[in-house]
Write a protein of this length. Structure first.
Length: 94
């Protein structure tokens, strides 16, 4: 069973990952590098990329809206039915 603290940590990581420059279909090397560029440690980036697959990314430059749909993987690396939509805060229009 997952503890409440672990759940909060995972949700915080998903939220933070939405601020990385991600793309659907990017290589695992590029995925980890994007997370590291965002501030994840090497270990955090590897663990995150091993646990979550990028299903889709939506970006609107006009409004600065950006969202990533992640899909969780099980311990064997198989995709589960659990998906999370992480939405980045918008940029300052002024």
């Amino acid at each position: 069973m997952t503890s409440l603290i672990q759940t909060y940590y995972e949700q915080a990581q998903l939220s933070d990952a939405a601020y990385a420059i991600l793309a659907k279909g990017m290589s695992i090397v590029d995925y980890r590098a994007a997370l590291e560029a965002r501030g994840f440690t090497i270990e955090e980036a590897a663990d995150f990329a091993d646990k979550y697959s990028i299903v889709d990314v939506f970006s609107d430059d006009e409004t600065s809206f950006y969202a990533v749909l992640f899909q969780e993987k099980d311990a064997s690396g198989n995709l589960t039915n659990k998906k999370t939509l992480a939405i980045r805060g918008t940029g300052d229009p002024f």
